[in-house]
Design a protein around this ligand. Structure first.
Ligand code: ADP
Ligand code: MG
Length: 201
C-alpha cells in the first residue's frame, strides 16, 4: 500500500467535503449535464451508478430520469461488487424497508436480480482523486479494482465522476489499479487514452 496514496486521500477527501452550498449545487448540475453528452451513456441499457456518500457528486436527478436503467453496487462478502436494480430512488434516499445500510453506512438496494460488472454497459464510479491519464484513487478498499479484473472486450465504459478540485497531477498507481475511460467533472469530459469501451449500438 502506497503511503502517498493515503496522504493524497486525506487531502482530496477534505477538498471534496469542503465544497458546499451554491458552488456544490452548480458543479453537480454541470457534472450531470456533461455526463448525458457521452454517447455510451445515452445508448446504455444498464448503467451502474451510486448513492452519494462522503461528499461524492450527487447524480440522483439524472438517475431518477433513467431509473429503469440504473443499477446500484452491493459489496459481497469477498469484497467484490455486484449490482442490483434500484428500489424507487426517491424512496431509497429516505431508506425504505427494501434498502439496507452496509457495513460502511452506504445504502444498498435489496432487490433482485444480481448482476456482475461485465453485464453493465456503463459503470459510473465515485472517486477520491484522479489524474488526466485516467488513474483513479478510491477510498482505499479497492472494491472497483477487484470487481473489474479480467473484463473482456466489449466491456463496460468506465467513467469516473468528480469535482475538478479532485484532480491531481499524478495518482500513484499499483499493479491492480484499473484505469478509467472517461472522467466527468464540472469542467467537462476528459477522455483518457485507456478508452476501449463498448461502441454504442
Ligand atoms: P482504491 O482503489 O480504493 O484507491 P487501492 O487501489 O489502494 O484502493 O486498493 C486497496 C486494496 O485492495 C489493496 O491493498 C489491494 O490489496 C486490494 N485489491 C485491489 N485490487 C485487488 C485485486 N484485483 N485483487 C485482490 N486485491 C485487490
Ligand atoms: Mg485502486
Amino acid at each position: 500500500m502506497h503511503l502517498d496514496k493515503n496522504h493524497l486521500r486525506r487531502q482530496l477527501r477534505q477538498a471534496r467535503k469542503s465544497l458546499t452550498g451554491y458552488r456544490r449545487d452548480r458543479q453537480q448540475q454541470r457534472i450531470r449535464h456533461f455526463l448525458t453528452a457521452i454517447p455510451q451513456v445515452r445508448h446504455a441499457r444498464r448503467i451502474a451508478a451510486y448513492l452519494p456518500f462522503d461528499g461524492e457528486p450527487d447524480l440522483l436527478p439524472f438517475m431518477r430520469r433513467v431509473e429503469s436503467k440504473i443499477w446500484l453496487p452491493m459489496i459481497r462478502s469477498d469484497w467484490h461488487l455486484d449490482f442490483r436494480p434500484t428500489c424507487k430512488l426517491n424512496a431509497l434516499a429516505r431508506r425504505p424497508i427494501n434498502a439496507r445500510r452496509n457495513r460502511f453506512g452506504i445504502l444498498e438496494s435489496q432487490r433482485l436480480p444480481i448482476l456482475r460488472s461485465a453485464q453493465m454497459d456503463v459503470i459510473l464510479m465515485p472517486l477520491v482523486g484522479f489524474d488526466h491519464h485516467g488513474n483513479r484513487l478510491g477510498m482505499g478498499a479497492g472494491f472497483y479494482d477487484r470487481s473489474l479484473v479480467g473484463l473482456r472486450r466489449p466491456r463496460p465504459a468506465l467513467i469516473g465522476i468528480a469535482f475538478d478540485c479532485q484532480q491531481t497531477a499524478s495518482v500513484p498507481v499499483d499493479p491492480w489499479d484499473v484505469p478509467l475511460d472517461y472522467i466527468v467533472t464540472n469542467r467537462g469530459i476528459i477522455k483518457t487514452n485507456h478508452n476501449q469501451a463498448r461502441k454504442p449500438e
